[in-house]
Design a protein around this ligand. Structure first.
Ligand code: ATP
Length: 352
């Protein structure tokens, strides 16, 4: 099972420029989480802070009992080995073929023989659909393949936590769908904790168990996917629908006068830039048939049911609606509760 990551009151600034403050969230072990946010809100800075490449000013980031922010260099070096990172451009060495790129961390950080390395590299290339491409140079393959090669390399040290910085950037919608499926399949196979930073709404709606959003230098929310997907927070609605109208401006947040002007324009019939209303919960991507069930998804169900009563009604209803009759019985829920949850006194349903 992947490691839990506990972030508490983390703050980061560069000189006088505050990037984000008091970020608190927990990445549950083996679950997939997405961090959304407009450009420049510090999502990449957050990922880099989690692996100690950047040093936050305050707060804690605890992995397996080690606080990345304050630990010694030696412990940081050891703890970093728990992470596999997919950087935005794959961060491959241009002069090395894919085989050597993927073998690189094994040659650097382990004493494995070339025979052992070969076995691991070929296995990871196969997992990411790159069998047969070992001899290609990064410059000879498509952006999607480079991402997958970067992912293979992130996997070779058997990470407990995988961080993906915009795995969809530069990819067409179909290649994005493939990388989404690949991440879900990997999670099913290795049960690692995954954090994906993205702008891509389809990825955010279909892949993760949990979603968070950074805006105005703060974590607006972080929790079960159903909470953000049913949220009526203006910033979340604007972001999910890709609208001009709302608190997010061209390069930063808008002032109230600008927002009032936009509202008046919308009332007068001006189209606000979104193609459709994409609020609401859509089914989550499942592992490709033949792969194991996601253990993280099963644990998440148990976890979310224990906090169900703390969630907003729309999220609660969405969660309950996604349960099978047997699960509803298992969790002690009524079939037809107006709020989507309540106690049951019926019999065990015979069909799952
Ligand atoms: N090493 C650094 N030194 C100074 N400022 C930095 C450094 N790294 C990032 N920043 C600043 O931090 C802010 C957040 O950058 P970051 O790349 O994390 O945003 P982001 O949310 O990932 O954006 P995007 O979605 O466009 O990739 C930016 O204003 C950036 O200029």
């Amino acid at each position: 099972m992947g490691a839990e990551v506990v972030v508490e009151n983390l703050s980061k600034s560069f000189g006088k420029q505050a990037i984000w403050r008091d970020v608190t969230l927990t990445l549950p072990p083996g679950e997939v989480s997405v961090l959304l946010g407009p450009s420049g809100t510090g999502k990449s800075v957050f990922l880099k802070s989690m692996i100690g490449l950047l040093k936050p000013d305050r707060g804690r980031c605890v992995v397996n009992g080690v606080d990345i922010v304050r630990c010694s260099e030696r412990r940081l070096y050891e703890t970093r080995k728990l992470f596999g990172v997919l950087f935005q451009d794959g961060a491959l060495f241009g002069s090395m073929n894919l085989y050597d790129n993927v073998a690189f961390p094994l040659r650097e950080h382990t004493r494995k023989s070339e025979t052992e390395i070969r076995k691991i590299v070929l296995e990871k290339l196969e997992m990411t659909g790159l069998s047969g491409a070992e001899k290609k140079l990064p410059g000879e393959i498509s952006g999607g393949m480079r991402k997958r090669a970067g992912l293979s390399r992130a996997l070779v040290l058997d990470p407990e936590i995988i961080l993906c910085d915009e795995p969809d950037s530069g990819l067409d919608p179909v290649r994005t769908a493939y990388i989404s499926q690949l991440l879900v399949d990997l999670n099913a196979q290795i049960d690692a904790t995954i954090l994906i930073v993205t702008h891509n709404i389809n990825v955010a709606r279909t892949v993760p168990d949990n979603i968070g959003m950074l805006f105005r230098k703060e974590l607006v929310m972080f929790g079960p996917r159903e909470v953000l997907l049913t949220s009526d927070e203006p910033v979340v609605e604007q972001f999910l629908n890709g609208r001009v109208r709302g608190p997010i401006g061209m390069s930063e947040e808008k002032d109230s006068a600008q927002m009032a002007l936009e509202k008046a324009r919308a009332a007068a019939g001006h189209h606000d830039g979104s193609a459709e209303d994409v609020r609401g919960i859509v089914p989550q991507l499942q592992p490709t048939p033949g792969l194991p069930e996601r253990k993280g998804a099963r644990r998440r169900k148990d976890r979310v049911m224990t906090i169900l009563h703390t969630l907003p009604p729309a999220a609660r209803q969405g969660i309950v609606a996604s349960l099978t009759p047997r699960e509803r019985f298992h969790y002690g829920l009524a079939e037809h509760d107006a709020e989507g949850y309540g106690r049951i006194s019926g019999t065990v349903p015979t069909q799952p």
